[in-house]
Design a binder for this molecule. Structure first.
Ligand code: UD1
Ligand code: UDP
Length: 360
């Protein structure tokens, strides 16, 4: 069986790292990198560190408006499909690379496997919500991380091909956190940043909803970070960097430690060592939950509703007072963690096993 996998953005490299390893014994996998993320610390570092097979194609699409970026991917992925003639198209998550891969394949009658299917924020203004809804409706295999995701699909009358596989990001954390902790080159990150475990908070910001608010929104968020009793480390996404630098230059924040994006192993160490995570990221909310680190999600809603149980994750509006209050006054309930809604850490093997039973 030949699988064509389309990835393009940071979280997809991480998810592919565990699934590709599981697929290796059962399939011939050809990886296509759309080029959506292209900075070294947003792309190459993951392939090197996580031992992901080198992409056979890099389409070099780069940044652009949604239509232009998705459209260019569509044109180029179609060419690759026609050359490679895969049996299955494999896509991850909810980025423009996900939709382009799924749509190009579906139009050529190549069945689509969607990892992280069924997630919904019910906010159709989010580009990610549009991508995931459209991708799910043209997928043959829908690999769901949680029971909630299965239910979301059922409500949209999608029942065939739906599997509650568990979350491949849990597989990934279980595998890579051990490696990170035993690697002195990686654990050096605490010393390099001048922070001590549990004496700092970790934040990331990159969502369109956050950056679309311009400097005002970033200032409201940073004003809250400035009031927190521990320093806030922010490995800054390139989308947000200009606004973050402008805010710091204007307001002279002293409690914010801006740094370049870090590799995944260092990020796992920074997350597990933080006393709290503040983020608009989807993946990081869950990683915080997996590592029992309380999280404040800087968004109006979350797809990962299971993390909200017992206050391990709380939503905060992009307002200084709300963020400060949620960050300082929420005490998570240890008893709320008995249920493990994200699977058993073997989602990748399950996905590989199901795909290996494919028949034309
Ligand atoms: C994308 C995904 C988002 C995902 C995120 C993961 C879409 C619509 N959004 O958002 O769902 O959570 O990836 O990180 O697909 N840039 C660089 N260098 C890079 C990459 C981006 O400088 O290597 C800058 C460019 O100015 C670019 C901007 O970041 O315009 C946004 O990049 P883009 O890939 O369009 O969206 P993300 O915010 O990364
Ligand atoms: N991440 C990383 N380095 C960073 C910031 C994030 O390796 O500097 C990892 C993070 O641990 C998680 C993933 O990137 O596994 C999340 O990606 P992102 O927040 O960009 O996207 P989302 O999950 O919101 O789609």
């Amino acid at each position: 069986m030949k699988i064509l996998t389309v990835v393009g953005a940071r979280p997809q490299f991480i998810k592919a790292s565990v699934v590709s390893r599981a697929l290796a014994p059962v399939a011939d996998e050809v990886i296509v990198h759309t080029g959506q993320h292209y900075d070294r610390n947003m792309s190459d570092v993951f392939f090197e560190e996580l031992n992901i097979p080198k992409p056979a194609y890099n389409l070099g699409v780069g940044s652009g408006s949604h239509g232009r970026q998705t459209g260019e991917m569509l044109i180029k992925i179609e060419e690759v499909i026609l050359d490679e003639k895969p049996d299955v198209m494999l896509v991850y998550g909810d980025t423009n690379s996900t939709l382009a891969g799924a749509l190009a394949a579906s139009k050529l009658h190549i069945p689509v496997a969607h990892v992280e299917a069924g997630l919904r924020s019910f906010n159709m203004r989010m580009p990610e919500e549009q991508n995931r809804v459209l991708t799910d409706h043209i997928s043959t295999w829908l690999f769901c991380p949680t029971e909630t995701a299965v239910k979301n699909l059922n409500k949209e009358n999608i029942t065939r091909g739906v599997d509650r596989s568990g979350d491949v990001m849990l597989d990934s954390v279980l595998h890579f956190l051990k490696l990170a902790r035993s690697n002195p080159q990686k654990t050096a990150i605490y010393g390099q940043l001048g922070i001590a475990p549990k004496q700092y908070r970790l934040a990331t910001l990159h969502r369109a909803e956050t950056t679309d608010g311009g400097l005002d929104a970033i200032v409201r968020i940073f004003d809250a970070f400035e009031k927190l009793p521990q320093p806030v480390v922010i490995p800054i996404h390139p989308r947000t960097r200009p606004l973050a630098e402008e805010a710091i230059a204007k307001r002279g924040y002293r409690n914010i430690l801006l740094t370049d994006p870090v590799g995944y192993l260092e990020m796992l160490l920074l997350t597990s060592g933080a006393c709290q995570v503040l983020t608009d990221s989807g993946g990081l909310q869950k990683e915080a939950w997996f590592m029992e680190v309380p999280c404040v999600t800087l968004r109006g809603e979350t797809e990962w509703v299971e993390t909200l149980e017992g206050g391990w994750n709380v939503l905060a509006k992009l307002e200084t007072d709300d963020i400060t209050r949620k960050a300082t006054q929420t005490v998570p309930d240890a008893g709320a963690r008995e249920r493990m809604p994200f699977g058993d850490g073997r989602a990748s093997e399950r996905i590989a096993s199901i795909l290996s039973k494919w028949e034309a």
